[in-house]
Design a protein around this ligand. Sequence first.
Ligand code: ADP
Ligand code: MG
Length: 612
Amino acid sequence: MSEKMNFQAEVSKLLDIVVNSLYSEKYIFLRELISNASDACDKLKYLVLTNPDIAKSSGEFKIKITPDAKENTLMISDNGIGMNRDDLINHLGTIAKSGTADFVNNAKDNGSSVDLIGQFGVGFYSAFMVASKVEIVTKKAGEDKAWKWTSDGIGGFEIEEAQKDVNGTDIKLYLKEDDKNFTDTIYLRYIIRTYSDHINYPIVLCLGEAGEENVNTGSALWARHKSEITQEQYKEFYHHLSKNFDEPWMTLHFKAEGNMEYTGLLYIPKQAPYDLFQPDKKTGLKLYVNKVFISDKVEELLPSYLRFVVGVIDSSDLPLNISREMLQQSALLEKIRHGTVSRILKELKKRSENYDDYMLFWKDFGIAFKEGIYEDFNNREEIASLSRFMSTHDTEKYTSLDDYISRIADDKKVIYYITGDDEKVLRNNPQLEAFKAKNIEVLLLTDPIDEFWTQTLQNYKGYAIKHINQADIDWKLERDSQKAADGDMQKLIDKLTEMFKTEVGKVVTTDKLTKSPVSLTVENGQMSIHLERLMRNHQQQTAFASTRILELNPYHPLIIKLSEMVGENKDMAKVEEVAKILLDQAKIAEGEAISDPSFYAEKLSEYILKAI
Ligand code: ADP
Ligand code: MG
C-alpha cells in the first residue's frame, strides 16, 4: 500500500527554483546523481570495513547508467548503501542543511544565480530539471525490506514497499519531452567523461544490444600523477567537492613523503561560501585512507581559519578501519595537519607576490584567515605576513606589514593601527591628524577580528603593534597659528569637565589636533572605543568601560573663542550650547551615536542659517 507525503515547504520552493532557473545547465543533474551514487558506495565501503557483521557489499562497487530511448527514461543505479523508509523521508523530502533552507526562503523566485544555488547543494532535486517523474527503488545494506519512492516533483511523494534483491539504489527518470537527448549514448558518454571522470568507481554505460562500456577512468584523481591530469579534470573535481561552478582560485596537489606519507589535493574557491561565518561551519577536507573514503567531518585536518579550503587528504599510514572517534586523538592526523597548513601557507606566499591576484583571495577570505593570527600560535607571524590591511599610506591599495615596515621613517620600531567600523570614517578620525602631520602611517582596521588579533600579536618581526592611543610620541608641531591663553584654557577645561561629568572622564588640552577643534579618545592602554562598541553590540556588558577623554585643540579658532568667553564669564548659555555640539561632533567622528540627535540637527541648522 502506498503512502502519500508532502515535501517540506522549502523543498517545494527549492524545486521551483531548480526547475525554473537552472535551465541552461541541465546536464548537472547527471553529475549530481552520479555523485550521490558514489557517496553511497563510499559509505558502504566504510561500513563494511568497520562493521563487517552488519554489512556486506554485493560484489564490486559500480555505478550503472541505463538509457532507454523507446520509453524515454534514464536509470542511474548503484550498489552502495541504499536507503530505508526513514532515509527516504528524511533525505529526499526535507532539507537538512540549515543554510540551504534559509537561502531558499530568501531567494527570489527567479534570477537566482546558478553559482549560488549550486553551493547549497541542489543535489538530488536537480533530477526534476529533466524528469517529469522520478522513481526510486532502493534497499539498505543489511536490511530485508526494499522501498519505492515516486514523485513528480510537485507537492509531494509516495512511498511503498518494493522488491529488490541486492542492496543499492535505482533511480529512474521519466524524461520530459524536451530532454530526450539524455537517452543518447554519445551525449551521455560525453557528459560523464567531462563531469564525472574523477569518480572513484567504474561508471558503466549500457549501450543496449551493443553491451556495456566503462566510461570513466575510474581511479581517484588525487592518486594520479600531476602530469596525467588536465586542468579540466582538476576543475571538475573541484566542482564536485565544492559544488561551485567557477574556477578555483588555487589548486594545490602534493605528495608528502618521508616519515609520514599522504597525498593532498586542495582548492581555494574564488568566492566565499555562504556559510563561512556560520558558527557550525566545518572545515572542508575529506579524509581517505588508500582511496577509501573515511569521513568528511574530520575537523582535525585543518584549523578553522582555513575552513574555506576544500579538498582531499589521502594517507596510507592511517589504519583502514580507523573509527571517526579514533581520528580525534590521532597523532598522525596532527602531523598531516601540520604539514598541510605549511603547504597552504607556502603556496599563499607565492601567490601573494602578485597583488591583483592575491586580492581576489584576500577580499573574500581575509577576514577568516586573520583568525589564524591568534588561533595558530606556531604560524602566527607567517599568517600576519600574509595578511593585508588598509592604511593611511594609500586610499585604495592594501598593504602588508612588511611593506609598512619598509616605509617607517623614524627609528621607533612601532606599527600603529586604529580600529573602527568603517574605513572612510576612520580616515577622517581627528586622532589621525597628528600622525598625518608627522608622516606616520597608520593601519585602518575595520573587521571585528582585528580587535582580537592585535591583542595577541603585539610584536611582529621586532616591531611593536600599537593602537594609536598607546602612542608615545612628542606631538609638538610647528605652528604659526595663535594659541588660546593658558588661564582661559584652564577655565574652559573646568567648565567642560563639570558639564560633561557623566559622559567624559577627563577634559584635556592636546597638541595632536590640526584641523579639528575636539576629539574623543581613551586613557592609554584602555579598551578602544570601537571594541567597547563591539562588546556592547554583543550584549557583553560594559562593566569595564574605558574612561573617555575629551581633547581640546588650543590652536583652533573655535576653542580660542570659547576659552575667551569662559575667561570673561560672558554668554555662558551660548558656550554650553556650542560645547554640546562639539562633543557630538567628536562622537560622530569616532563612529559613536550621539545622545540627542534632534538637538544636534536643530542647532546645526540654526548656526548654518546665521552663516549664509
Ligand atoms: P547531498 O549529496 O549533498 O547530501 P543530495 O540532495 O544530493 O544532497 O542527496 C540527499 C541525500 O539523499 C544524501 O545525503 C543521501 O543521504 C541520500 N541519497 C541520495 N542519493 C542516494 C543514493 N544513490 N544512495 C543512497 N543515498 C542517497
Ligand atoms: Mg549529492
